[in-house]
Design a protein. Structure first.
Length: 291
């Protein structure tokens, strides 16, 4: 039976190679229900969520990972986020008729931005040009240029689910056979098909690909959709704009309505609400809300 909404890590015993496999099903359905994008954009959003989740297990951090692709094509921007606890959400900004068979047609010329927002400490950001025809190509380019790690990624999605597979070298364990080992594992992994990755459980995928290798599979890590928006976080954003700017918007529009791009929740603020927001800030000037 296919494993749903989980990530599985694995290691090749005796080799300097690690890997990850994941499936997004109900988490993808929960994320997509808040959006009405063209079919090709929705497909890429599913792949982006799979990629962000894989990366959240690849890079050690405590907080939030943001994968963003920006371009000058009919798809202007696509964003996928995953916390270190595998809570995912995403959105896109595109033309109403955006379409394309690959990221070059959808995004045009652009860049891939990977941002780590730790719970404590300063954010880290890596930026690389969009490369290749698939999102997986761009992610691989990021690791080659920013992390200097050999990495291969396979991402597949349909209207029901998304799946991903990642293999990566372990530089700390490199030896004279590392290059040969990597070449063999990469060649085996490259035989994966869309149908296999979407339909087979992790154990069967690994057996089909690496049945002559010693693979150590770790426990499943659950993946879920969760939006972290709240009225309190919107209030922090309004405070950052300043009272004068916010009052100008109120005068012009009568009230302020803020839409969450991830889950489509709407937050309404009238004059009384704004007065309360800024009065609280005066009483508690040092209070902070984690975004």
């Amino acid at each position: 039976m296919q494993e749903k909404d989980v990530l599985r890590r694995f290691l090749f015993d005796g080799l300097a190679v690690r890997g990850e496999w994941l499936n997004l099903s109900s988490s993808w359905q929960a994320a997509k229900q808040h959006h009405k994008y063209p079919e090709d954009v929705m497909q890429l959003l599913a792949e982006a969520l799979a990629a962000a989740t894989l990366l959240s297990a690849t890079i050690k951090f405590d907080g939030n990972l943001i994968l963003q692709a920006q371009g000058d094509g009919p798809l202007k921007s696509i964003v996928a986020q995953s916390t270190n606890n595998r809570e995912i959400r995403g959105w896109a900004r595109c033309d109403a008729d955006a379409s394309g068979e690959n990221i070059a047609e959808l995004l045009g010329s652009g860049r891939l931005v990977l941002t780590i927002e730790p719970t404590s400490g300063e954010p880290y950001q890596g930026i690389v040009p969009l490369a290749g025809t698939q999102l997986s190509d761009a992610v691989e380019t990021y690791f080659t240029q920013s992390e200097q790690l050999k990495t291969r990624v396979w991402l597949f999605a349909n209207e029901h689910q998304a799946a991903g597979l990642l293999i990566q070298e372990l530089p700390a364990e490199q030896n004279s056979d590392s290059e040969e080992d990597w070449t063999r594992i990469e060649a085996l992994a490259s035989t994966i098909s869309k149908q296999e990755l979407l339909e087979l459980p992790c154990e069967e995928v690994l057996h089909c690909l690496f049945n002559e290798e010693q693979v150590r599979l770790f426990a499943a890590e659950p993946i879920s959709f969760k939006c972290r928006c709240s009225a309190e976080k919107v209030a922090v954003t309004l405070l950052s704009l300043g009272r004068e700017t916010v009052d100008e918007i109120l005068t012009e529009q009568g009230k302020i309505i803020v839409d969450c791009e991830f889950c489509s929740s709407k937050y309404h603020f009238d004059k009384v609400d704004i007065a309360r927001v800024f009065s609280k800030a005066l009483v508690h000037p040092k209070s902070k809300t984690q975004h």
